[in-house]
Design a protein around this ligand. Structure first.
Ligand code: ATP
Ligand code: MG
Length: 246
C-alpha cells in the first residue's frame, strides 16, 4: 500500500502519520543523508526541546534510537530520529503471551538500554509496553522510545521531578506525586512490571503480590517491583546480573 507523500525540507514524508496521539509520528526518507527517519511532531515545545536534549545527551546505543535533528516550525517541534522498524510490545491488542525465557530476554535488552541512559544521567520515567518497540519478537531488536518526559540529573545520586509521570500500572508509587525524588530503581520497577506483563498480558493491582509458576522468577520480579524503593534492585546492572543467573 503506497500512500501519498509530502516534501518538507530534505525529507519525503509518507502519509498518513503512523501514530496520531498527543504527538504525531511520521515515517520519512532523508534525501540528503539517504536513510529512513522517523519524525515526531509535538505541539508542546518544552517537551520537544527536552526530548531532543535527552536524545542528544545519550548519544548512541543499540537499544535506543539515534537522534538526528530538531526543527521548530509553525509552533511545532519536529524531532528527526532513526526510524525503528517494529511494533509496540502491546501490539496487537490481545496478542501472544510470551514465554518466561522470551520475557526475560526482552527485559534484559530494555535493562541494557536503561543502564546506558542512567549512566548518562537520564531517568526515562515512562517505561511501559507502549514505549518499547520490537521487530518480529526478536529481543535483539528491542528499542526504548519516547523521552519527552525523561528527567536529567542535576545532583549526584537522584533525580527530582515537579510533575507526576509514567503510565498507570507500570509506574512506581513515588511517580504518582510531585514534587518527588527518584532513583534508578523507579525505571527498574517498571521493567519488573513489564516483564510480568509480557508473560500474562495483564497486571495485578499495585498492592497485590504477583504469582508465577517459577518461584525463582517470582521472587526476582517481586523484589523488582517492591513498593519501597530501598527494597528493589538499585541498578540496571544488578537487575541484569540476577536475571542472567536465572
Ligand atoms: N523512532 C521511531 N521509529 C519508529 N516508530 C516510532 C519511533 N518513535 C516512536 N515510534 C512510534 O510512535 C509511537 C509514539 O511515539 P512516542 O511514544 O514517542 O509518542 P507519544 O506521543 O508519547 O505516544 P504515547 O502517548 O502513545 O506513548 C510509539 O509508540 C511507536 O509506535
Ligand atoms: Mg509514548
Amino acid at each position: 500500500m503506497e500512500g501519498k507523500t509530502r516534501q518538507w525540507h530534505q525529507y519525503t514524508i509518507y502519509l498518513p502519520a503512523i501514530m496520531k496521539r498527543s504527538n504525531h509520528l511520521y515515517r520519512a526518507y532523508d534525501n540528503q543523508a539517504e536513510r529512513m527517519v522517523a519524525i515526531k511532531v509535538s505541539p508542546n515545545l518544552r517537551q520537544g526541546a527536552n526530548e531532543a536534549r535527552v536524545m542528544r545527551s545519550y548519544r548512541t546505543h543499540p537499544n535506543l534510537p539515534k537522534y538526528y535533528d530538531l526543527i521548530y516550525e509553525r509552533n511545532l517541534a519536529h524531532i528527526v530520529m532513526e526510524f525503528v522498524a517494529g511494533v509496540r510490545l502491546n501490539y496487537p491488542k490481545g496478542g501472544p503471551k510470551r514465554s518466561p525465557e522470551l520475557a526475560v530476554a526482552i527485559s534484559l535488552q530494555i535493562l541494557k538500554g536503561l543502564r546506558h541512559l542512567h549512566d548518562k544521567g537520564i531517568l526515562h520515567y515512562d517505561i511501559a509496553h507502549h514505549n518499547i518497540l520490537i521487530n518480529g519478537d526478536d529481543p535483539k531488536t528491542v528499542k526504548i522510545v519516547d523521552f519527552g518526559g525523561s528527567l536529567r540529573k542535576r545532583r549526584h545520586h537522584h533525580w527530582r521531578s515537579n510533575r507526576a509521570g509514567g503510565t498507570v500500572n507500570f509506574r512506581p508509587p513515588e511517580q504518582r506525586w510531585a514534587p518527588t525524588t527518584l532513583y534508578a530503581n523507579a525505571d527498574l520497577y517498571s521493567v519488573a512490571r513489564l516483564c510480568y506483563w509480557l508473560m500474562k498480558r495483564s497486571l495485578p493491582k499495585r498492592d497485590e503480590k504477583i504469582v508465577l509458576d517459577d518461584p525463582v522468577l517470582q521472587r526476582i520480579l517481586r523484589k523488582g517491583m517492591a513498593n519501597e524503593p530501598d527494597k528493589r534492585f538499585q541498578s540496571a546492572q544488578q537487575f541484569m546480573a540476577t536475571l542472567e543467573r536465572w
